[in-house]
Design a protein around this ligand. Sequence first.
Ligand SMILES: Nc1ncnc2c1ncn2[C@@H]1O[C@H](COP(=O)(O)OP(=O)(O)O)[C@@H](O)[C@H]1O
Ligand SMILES: [Mg+2]
Length: 256
Amino acid sequence: MPELHANPDWRGPLPTATGSITFVDALQMMHDSPDLRPIGRIAEASNASFLCEITSGLQVIYKPTRGELPLWDFPEGSLAAREVAAYLVSDVLALGVVPPTILRDGPAGEGAVQLWIQHEGVQRAVDLVNTSNDVLRRLALFDAIINNGDRKGGHILPLADGRVLGVDHGVTFSTEPKLRTVLWAWRGEPFSDEERDALTRGLQMLSVGGTLRATLAPLLHATEIEALLQRLSTLRAADRFPEPTPDWPPLPWPLV
Ligand SMILES: Nc1ncnc2c1ncn2[C@@H]1O[C@H](COP(=O)(O)OP(=O)(O)O)[C@@H](O)[C@H]1O
Ligand SMILES: [Mg+2]
């Protein structure tokens, strides 16, 4: 496997099929585009997900709320908002591990719209997981924070510059511990300074009057925001990656 870039710019421009674009520009274009034109259906998706083109020619994935399959453990029609909440947490904590994601109207009604990323493919992601590559620590921390119930190989997008992004964050932010992931290699390991900083930042931004609290309020239930604050605080106090809980399956199925 080729060596990864030692210190990639996590918030730098993202690769797309038509060139690279900054987070800010992508958000603006996705928001402003009058068009959201379906050009394909994502076959491997578990919910109705469409590859779409917006006016600028950028490609996005569109997951209409109406196409969400009901789940026993999440309120109906809440997955798209969770996708957006996950993006906001990644952004506010300066992690840069989620492609720009917004809620907006589309041909099948409101849904999550996320920038479609040009990545190195799932085999590369699986290789990184199998060799416990430290570049994945950032995503492992993010998953512990958002309580991700579905981090499988196919939800990890490796970029050519060494970054790894995560997608499919619909089953997140439950008030119950549901961390289910292929990224357990760092369980029990102490956090780095950078990881500590991300947690501290999250705690500040989620405090009463903090900006993250205000942006998450329309997307998550108040009890889920409190649970997020509690997870940040527990992780910061433990100062190490969490261990799996015995009463919840620790691995997603299938793994990829
Ligand atoms: N933003 C994205 N950029 C590139 N590929 C993506 C993106 N989002 C999803 N994918 C690809 O599409 C597949 C299906 O999307 P996913 O978000 O998992 O849908 P679902 O919620 O229906 O399972 C993913 O496994 C991944 O390979
Ligand atoms: Mg999926």
